[in-house]
Design a protein around this ligand. Structure first.
Ligand SMILES: [Ca+2]
Ligand SMILES: [Ca+2]
Ligand SMILES: [Ca+2]
Length: 136
């Protein structure tokens, strides 16, 4: 669970589309956002900077890459809907490389950083996650 949760902060789309295909509730989404934020904030200073975010993405990637070949295949992310999986697959080869995931997640970091101060506070994460999840 927490392997996926780690990537949850980064792969925010993952947490809105769990295995059941049902959207999780808004309150669960918020709890999840706070929990993943706390884990990503390694030095506990109340903000997640780019380095902390990148290491969270890297940890999440490694957690999902079960054969440790540096690529994510559909079989390794079974609880992710196909369209979610395809989205960051920029070269459409059906596999996600570490670079593809990292590029996408750093782009999300910048989108989530609404005040553009280079760090994310929990409210920015919650707002970003809610924006990905219709109805929240
Ligand atoms: Ca921090
Ligand atoms: Ca792999
Ligand atoms: Ca910010």
């Amino acid at each position: 669970m927490w392997k996926h949760a780690l990537l949850g902060l980064c792969l925010s789309v993952v947490i809105t589309i769990p295995a059941t295909g049902q959207q999780i509730s808004c309150s669960s989404l918020e709890r999840f956002g706070r929990a993943t934020f706390a884990m990503a904030d390694r030095n506990g200073n109340g903000v997640v900077d780019e380095a902390e975010f990148a290491s969270d993405v890297a940890a999440g990637f490694v957690g999902l890459d079960s054969n440790l070949d540096g690529w994510l295949e559909p079989s390794e992310v079974t609880d992710v809907e196909r369209d979610v999986f395809v989205r960051p697959d920029v070269d459409r080869d059906g596999h996600l490389s570490f670079v593809e995931v990292m590029c996408m997640k750093m782009a999300e970091f910048r989108r989530a950083d609404t005040n553009q101060d280079g760090v994310l506070i929990v409210e920015e994460i919650l707002r970003f996650n809610a924006a990905q999840s219709p109805g929240c």
